[in-house]
Design a protein around this ligand. Structure first.
Ligand SMILES: Nc1ncnc2c1ncn2[C@@H]1O[C@H](COP(=O)(O)OP(=O)(O)OP(=O)(O)O)[C@@H](O)[C@H]1O
Length: 244
C-alpha cells in the first residue's frame, strides 16, 4: 500500500446551526484523480476551501504529505495549487503579468522557461499580452488553469476546470491534465457538473449529499450500486432526494 498524499478524517464544517460538511473522511493517493460530486449546496466548495486552509474546519483533520494542515499550512501550500471559476486576478494586469505574480508568490526560479511551456500547453499565445479585463470567460478559465499548473504542484484542486470552455479546448485540457498526471504523478481533486467528464477523468468518485458522503467508488461501482444506467441517473436521483 502506498501512503496517501491527502488524508481527510471526520472533516466537519458548521455555519451557525447548519452543517455544511458533516463528518467526511477520504484519502487521495499519489497520481490519483478523485472526483467530488454532489448537487448544488452539497458541500463541495466548502470542502475544497477547508483543504486550501481558506476556512477553518469545525472539526476533523486534513493531512497532506504527512503534515497537518492546521499547523503546516505554508509548507503544504508550496506544493498545492487550485483553479476555480471564482478566482479573481488583478484585471489591470496582462495574462503574463498575472502569471509572473503567481510565480513570485511561490518563489519559483526559471520562470521564463516555465511560462513559455504553460502558454504553449494551454494554447494561450494570442492572449498572453492581453489585459485580464479583456478576456472572454473561456480565456479566463484557461488563465486560472495556467496559474494552477504553472507552479508544478503535487496536489491540484480543480473546481469546474472546464466551465465555459468550448468542447474542443475542454477536450485538450482534459488530455493535458491526464498527461501531466502521467508524467509527474500529480494528484487531483476534481469537481464538475458534467457527468461524462467525471466518468472520463476520475479514478474514484465521492458523492456528497447534504454534507455527507453517500457513495464512494469508481463511476461503474457507484452506478451499479444504485442500479442506475449511468452516473447522470445517480446524480439526478441524489439531487432530487437532497431537494426534498
Ligand atoms: N459562509 C457561509 N455561511 C453560511 N452558509 C454557508 C456559507 N458557505 C456555504 N454555506 C452553505 O453551505 C452549503 C454548502 O455550500 P457549498 O458552496 O459548499 O456547496 P457546493 O456543493 O459547492 O454547491 P455548488 O455546486 O452550488 O457550488 C450551502 O447550503 C451553502 O448555502
Amino acid at each position: 500500500m502506498t501512503t496517501p498524499i491527502v488524508q481527510v478524517r471526520h472533516l466537519t464544517k458548521r455555519f451557525g446551526d447548519f452543517l455544511a460538511v458533516n463528518d467526511i473522511s477520504f484519502d487521495i493517493q499519489p497520481g490519483e484523480i478523485l472526483g467530488l460530486l454532489g448537487p448544488n449546496g452539497a458541500g463541495k466548495t466548502t470542502t475544497i476551501q477547508m483543504m486550501l486552509g481558506l476556512i477553518t474546519p469545525t472539526g476533523g483533520t486534513i493531512r497532506m504529505f504527512g503534515l497537518d494542515l492546521a499547523t503546516h499550512r505554508e509548507a503544504i501550500m508550496q506544493q498545492v495549487n487550485f483553479s476555480s471559476t471564482y478566482i479573481s486576478m488583478p484585471y489591470s494586469l496582462t495574462v503574463e503579468e498575472n502569471l509572473r505574480v503567481v510565480a513570485r508568490l511561490y518563489g519559483m526560479r526559471l520562470v521564463d522557461q516555465r511560462l513559455d511551456e504553460v502558454v504553449k500547453q494551454l494554447e494561450m499565445e494570442e492572449m498572453r499580452h492581453k489585459l485580464t479585463r479583456k478576456l472572454s470567460s473561456g480565456q479566463m478559465t484557461r488563465l486560472t488553469l495556467a496559474k494552477a499548473i504553472l507552479t508544478e504542484p503535487k496536489v491540484l484542486f480543480l473546481d469546474e476546470p472546464t466551465a465555459s470552455l468550448d468542447p474542443d479546448i475542454a477536450h485538450k485540457i482534459r488530455a493535458l491534465l491526464q498527461d501531466v498526471r502521467r508524467s509527474t504523478g500529480l494528484s487531483m481533486l476534481y469537481t464538475s457538473h458534467n457527468m461524462r467528464e467525471m466518468e472520463e477523468m476520475s479514478d474514484r468518485i465521492i458523492f456528497l449529499q447534504r454534507g455527507r458522503i453517500v457513495a464512494e467508488g469508481t463511476a461503474a461501482e457507484i452506478t451499479a450500486r444504485f442500479g442506475d444506467r449511468d452516473l447522470e441517473e445517480v446524480f439526478l436521483r441524489l439531487a432530487r432526494e437532497q431537494a426534498r
